[in-house]
Design a protein around this ligand. Structure first.
Ligand code: 13P
Length: 336
């Protein structure tokens, strides 16, 4: 099946063409209005991009928003697979991503041909695939999940069928422990969540004994065993805001702390440490590729835009639609 294409534009404006005195925020607001565009951002984006966005959310909330919007243009500030999901669910919209190179280590760990072979080697298994994958891998899957609906969906699957879970082995192992289901895991992981250090986390906890630990299920088990709460980015945010505690250690990409500090300025949020004890490693280099300049240029150039062959889109849409149908019990968040 042919690849997804991210189209650049000939003669496009580049960062060098931007007048340094331009008020980028005001220009983006003007273009957004003129184009009837919506700016969607994941919690892992830089704070100024989150503040500019019309909607900030986790992967499930963003997918729902992309499917339901009446905007003509979607500017997706996240990573490439999220832009693909928007195009798959809203094919008539122009879907722009600020940087075509914003990939994902989980997506990179699971290429379509080895994944096809993995499926063929387990013909009786249901393929449950994390949304952090390419459109091609989605097209080869039975149902897509995010970190906020994986348990809900897995519990609805026929109990007598074994499961293949790809590409995140840590989320898969967490689901195996929670649901007791038999699962064969693809050996992928997220470079950000993989680097948290249990030793440094325990050290940090002795420094802040009252701090609650909130972790994303993409973290390895030795991190999760110390967590007071494990959940998607949205669930972590809800947890820290509703908890009576005042201090939290956050084991996921650190830019989500922006939302926490805005909503609960009196509380303290500490990024979980990596192996050298430093905190700056909880920063996704792919998410960081998006900038205000690139959002402005995307709206000026109508590029990079996500396109894909219709055959691929239809095949990838089926397991994504199944995901949305099987997640109706999970509350919708329409404003963020
Ligand atoms: P959620 O958005 O489901 O919390 O997952 C985070 C993530 O992996 C984004 O790439």
């Amino acid at each position: 099946m042919p690849d997804t294409i991210v189209l650049p534009q000939a003669n496009a404006l580049t960062a060098r063409d931007i007048d340094p005195s331009l008020d980028l925020e005001a220009e983006i607001a003007r273009l957004r209005r003129e184009r009837n565009a919506i700016i969607l951002a994941h919690y892992y984006q830089d704070g100024e991009i989150q503040d500019l966005a019309d909607f900030v959310g986790d992967s499930l909330d963003l997918s729902r928003k992309a499917a339901a919007t009446d905007a003509d243009v979607i500017v997706f500030c996240g990573v490439r697979f999220m832009g693909e999901v928007a195009k798959i669910l809203s094919p008539d919209k122009l879907v722009l991503i600020p940087d075509a190179d914003a990939g994902c280590s989980l997506e990179d760990s699971c290429k379509p041909e080895p994944f096809r072979a993995f499926r063929e080697a387990h013909p009786d298994h249901i393929a449950v695939t994390y949304i952090n994958c390419s459109a091609e891998v989605k097209a080869l899957s039975d149902v897509i999940v995010t970190s906020s609906n994986a348990e809900t969906i897995i519990r609805q699957l026929p109990a007598d069928r074994p499961i293949l879970f790809a590409p995140d082995r840590h989320l898969g192992a967490f689901m195996r422990r929670k649901t007791g289901r038999e699962m064969t895991l693809w050996p992928g992981s997220c470079i950000i969540h993989e680097q948290f250090s249990e030793r440094e986390l325990v050290k940090l906890k002795t420094q802040y004994p009252a701090a609650k630990i909130a972790a994303h299920p993409e973290c390895p088990e030795p991190i999760l065993v110390h967590a007071d709460h494990v959940g998607s980015t949205r669930a972590i945010l809800d947890y820290v805001l509703s908890s009576p505690a005042d201090e939290f250690i956050i084991a996921t990409e650190k830019h989500i702390i922006h939302q926490m500090e805005k909503a609960a300025p009196g509380k303290r949020f500490i990024p979980a440490p990596g192996a050298d004890g430093s905190c700056d490693c909880a920063r996704c280099p792919f998410m960081a590729l998006n900038t205000m300049e690139k959002i402005y240029l995307a709206l000026k150039n109508d590029a990079p835009r996500v396109e894909m062959p219709e055959e691929l889109r239809i095949a990838a849409k089926a397991p994504l639609t199944r995901m949305l149908e099987m997640s109706v019990s999970i509350g919708r968040r329409d404003a963020a």
